[in-house]
Design a protein around this ligand. Structure first.
Ligand SMILES: NC(=O)c1ccc[n+]([C@@H]2O[C@H](COP(=O)([O-])OP(=O)(O)OC[C@H]3O[C@@H](n4cnc5c(N)ncnc54)[C@H](OP(=O)(O)O)[C@@H]3O)[C@@H](O)[C@H]2O)c1
Length: 322
């Protein structure tokens, strides 16, 4: 099979298309002929040598894909050769073939083409598991997502809106703020020249915050929380070590939670995938939530795809076809 490998950590030029031995599914696994994969910010970190795959996972990049079932391992039920699917991966998506635990396979939502389906698993799983399963966002609550025009942000705005929450989103340009509004955000805040704390507080504070910035926003995120607010940190684009004022958090009876999807055991990922099929795929089929794809490039242009994310010129996801 062909796969993107990283012989030496580095910039986008480190990404190299190479021939690797074909894969075979083990018990409980499925082999997918990959149609498409998508770029995640974690891939950029892994390329630079900072985010090694969890034990046992492929060291080929790629946390999600779509494709056609090519072989089924012992004990797998419900999937047959020729079925189309999309999958949440611990790695290995930037390739023409990938082996996936059957629990992490999902049908392609109705109305979505196979290539576009590659843009869904990682963002849908991250948003659903954090905003709904962990933080328990309720209809009518105010939800703040940072980086509203990114892959996670575009999914978060749509899902929170679809579930009846009020949404505030931050972004760094007028064009990206317009996207946030179009997707359902009531408050679109330019983080370069507005104070999100002030804006959100004028509306009673945020009940749930989904944060990609980590240390840089920790104090201000706590300031922006409403009473009994929940801050969920999923990214550390602004550093890992910050200062937390426990007095403020205690006064608000607030919660600060940090999570990672990739390292979770198969059973937990399987439970998240099952929840997506139950709660998110019907919204996608109805057109209430749609994958936002900035560009679809062939795997040969993986360096350009990484550069798009690095320069943050994208809105939503960048997809790579095999
Ligand atoms: N923990 C997990 O399990 C998990 C899973 C998936 C993703 N993540 C993390 O979630 C984050 C978002 O991922 P993604 O795939 O959506 O990446 P992405 O598409 O590259 O989005 C990143 C966003 O960060 C925004 N940003 C940059 N500086 C900012 C600032 N100072 N304030 C607010 N926003 C800022 C950018 O907005 P502008 O372009 O408008 O500047 C961009 O939209 C990443 O940190 C990723 O590592 C975590």
């Amino acid at each position: 099979m062909r796969a993107v490998v990283v012989p030496e950590p580095g910039g986008p030029e480190a990404l190299t298309l190479s021939d690797l031995p074909d894969l075979e599914p083990g018990p409980g696994e499925v082999l997918l002929d990959v149609a498409a994969t998508a770029v995640n910010r974690a891939d950029l970190l892994q390329r630079r040598g900072f985010y090694p795959p969890p034990p046992g996972a492929s060291d080929v990049l790629g946390l999600e894909c779509s494709g056609t079932v090519a072989a089924v391992g012992d004990g797998v039920e419900g999937w047959s050769v020729g079925d189309q699917a999309c999958a949440l991966l611990a790695g290995g998506g930037y390739a023409t073939g990938v082996v996936v635990p059957a629990e992490q396979l999902m049908p392609v939502p109705a109305g979505i083409d196979l290539v576009t389906a590659a843009a869904l698993p990682e963002v849908a799983a991250t948003v659903w598991s954090n905003v709904f399963m962990v933080a328990g966002l309720q209809p009518g609550e105010l939800f703040l997502v940072h980086g509203g025009a990114g892959g996670i942000g575009t999914m978060a705005i749509q899902l929170a809106t679809a579930y009846g929450a009020r949404v505030a989103a931050t972004a760094g340009s007028a064009e990206k703020l317009a996207v946030c509004t179009e997707l359902g955000a009531e408050l679109a805040i330019n983080y370069r020249d507005e104070d999100f704390v002030e804006v959100v507080r004028e509306h009673g504070g945020a009940d749930v915050i989904l944060d990609n910035m980590g240390a840089k926003y920790l104090g201000r995120n706590v300031d922006a929380l409403a009473t009994e607010g929940r801050l969920v940190v999923i990214g550390m684009q602004g550093g890992t070590k910050g200062e937390l004022d426990l007095g403020k958090l205690l006064g608000k009876r607030g919660a600060v939670i940090a999570t990672s999807l990739r390292s979770r055991p198969v059973a937990e990922k399987g439970a998240i995938c099952a929840a997506l099929v139950e709660h998110v795929w019907p919204l996608v089929a109805d057109g209430k939530v749609r994958p936002i794809v900035h560009a679809t490039l062939p795997l040969e242009q993986v360096r350009e795809a990484h550069t798009m994310l690095e320069d943050s010129v994208h809105v939503g996801k960048v997809v790579l076809t095999t």
